[in-house]
Design a protein around this ligand. Sequence first.
Ligand SMILES: Nc1ncnc2c1ncn2[C@@H]1O[C@H](COP(=O)(O)OP(=O)(O)OP(=O)(O)O)[C@@H](O)[C@H]1O
Length: 238
Amino acid sequence: MPSKTRAPRSTAVLRASGVLVGYGAGRESAVCPPIDVTLNAGKALAVVGANGTGKSTFLRAAIGLLEPFAGSIEVLGAPVDERDAAFRAGVASVLDDDAYFPALTVREHLLLVARGHGVQGASALVTELVEEFGLTDRAKAIPTALSSGQRRRLLLAAGLVRPRKLLVLDEPEQRLDVGMRDRLAERLTAECAAGGSVLMATHDPVLVRSVAHSALLIAEDAVRRISPDEAARAIEAL
Ligand SMILES: Nc1ncnc2c1ncn2[C@@H]1O[C@H](COP(=O)(O)OP(=O)(O)OP(=O)(O)O)[C@@H](O)[C@H]1O
């Protein structure tokens, strides 16, 4: 359900120019070469590369959790600022951080997120997502009583239960079985068809081939824009 409430000023949903990311004192501790990339509305961009090349770090910068050492990132026509209400309304993210409300059941968790974002018909949407993500039997369970794969499904459902223009996913395939990966691919394809955009770091060649419109290959010596097929082959060769 991509948000229809806030239109970007141009079709560029995300624009990164000369972005250097990393941890520590300054640009000499950048984890990868500078990143230049544009993601347009209705498109999915896969960020691929070997372990530790900086994919998650770039995603963290794109959602305002990390300040780049250099360069700029604009999301929905404005500099990234996760404190900005319009940014928070437009950007949904699912990182690999197992962030959940420990005391809430699956259903309560999803209802809280939906209602917090003003979703009309939240209850029906939650029921739909709980079913789609195979959690109907576990709807009354708290997160610590779920398997790691079920918890992952909950977090993905939480990313999808709220309005958004940009969906940022860090290795969404992690801990999902093949059937669930296929459903996720269909979901993300539908997301783009409905005008939403997807930025995802992934090691899954199937997801890249079936969902992405373009890809960014991060390597130690260079960051290159490549086709989904090239990206899938690069993953398979790692
Ligand atoms: N919080 C942190 N503090 C310091 N260094 C970090 C931190 N998080 C990650 N790193 C380092 O930054 C580099 C890039 O990490 P990042 O998680 O972005 O890689 P990645 O491409 O997402 O890898 P993977 O495919 O394994 O998830 C790695 O060398 C990693 O060890």
